[in-house]
Design a protein around this ligand. Structure first.
Ligand code: 2AM
Ligand code: CA
Ligand code: CA
Ligand code: CA
Length: 274
């Protein structure tokens, strides 16, 4: 695997931040927790991890800008490059002692994601991808799952939570996919959901209204692992917009189709019988 110097910079930043999270996870009960909004807790660990990522990346490339969950946008002198960072994806899991959380770092060049790193320190799993270079977990090549039968497929999604707001079609979608698949999982960390599709643990994943830092690194992982990734109706994926459906070529298409059926059922239920 020819890993670029740039990817190494990203890996170092993710692992340093991850070690800080792992230490704080060990004493999660003592964390100083502050409320940022309904159901959106930002812990001291979150901010420490983000500071570490920021320090590491800006030392390596002083001119590049950032889009980070906590700090927001930081303009760089270089108009071409930008780091997109979620220092702690899966905050709610973290606060509840569930080891399903990660640091997510993506590199955007001229608006396109060209590299991504996702690190879950609690499970010691490092996912990496560079454009054209394939996707890896702990230095081993990963591929999306090969399954082509819905009844055998396991899907991930996001369930609306307090503060996010419901999507009117969500229960229809859940019912539709439930009825066709082996099961649905809700891990509460979108970056890891995407990494799990890239590594074949999940056959597909869909969720609406995610943030750029939730999906940027995971998107390139899925693509470099041979997966297909679009918006909910099959439109081109846009990491700024944050709607996503993905899986292998077959499962991606099947998910788009089933989600479309769910929308049609919802509309039929709303319009009065004629
Ligand atoms: P976060 O942990 O970085 O906030 C998908 O559901 C995304 O929503 C997650 O990746 C998570 O990112 C964010 N999110 C915010 N609050 C959440 C909650 N209460 N439950 C699940 N996800 C939440
Ligand atoms: Ca958050
Ligand atoms: Ca997140
Ligand atoms: Ca976060």
């Amino acid at each position: 695997m020819a890993q670029s110097a740039l990817l190494n910079v990203m890996i170092t930043a993710a692992m340093k931040a991850g070690r800080i999270l792992a230490r704080d996870f060990g004493e999660v009960q003592n964390l100083q927790v502050s409320m940022k909004g309904p159901a959106d807790f930002v812990s001291a660990a979150d901010r420490r991890a983000e500071e570490t990522v920021y320090r590491e990346l800006s030392r390596a490339r002083p001119d590049w800008g950032f889009l980070m969950e906590e700090r927001g946008a930081v303009e760089g002198r270089d108009p071409q490059h930008r780091w997109i960072v979620d220092p702690l994806d899966g905050t709610t899991n973290f606060l509840h002692g569930l080891p399903i959380f990660a640091v997510s770092i993506a590199l955007e060049r001229d608006g396109e994601i060209v590299a991504g790193v996702i690190f879950n320190p609690a499970m010691d799993e490092l996912f990496t991808a560079e454009k054209g270079g394939g996707a890896f977990m702990n230095d081993r090549r990963i591929r999306v799952a090969a399954r082509q039968r819905m009844p055998e497929a396991l899907f991930g999604t996001g369930v609306p939570f307090l503060g996010k707001g419901d999507h009117p079609g969500f229960l229809y979608e859940l019912r539709q996919i439930m009825g066709e698949s082996a099961g649905i999982r809700r891990y509460g960390a979108a970056a890891l959901d995407l990494a799990y599709v890239a590594s074949g643990r999940l056959d597909g994943f869909w969720e609406r209204a995610l943030q750029p830092w939730d999906v940027a690194a995971g998107a390139i992982l899925v693509r470099e692992a041979g997966g297909f990734l679009t918006g909910i109706e099959g439109e081109p994926f846009d990491h700024i917009r944050g709607d996503v459906v993905c899986g292998n070529e077959f499962m991606h298409k099947a998910l788009v189709t089933e989600l479309g059926k769910a929308t049609a059922k919802r509309k039929a239920a709303r319009s009065p019988a004629s």
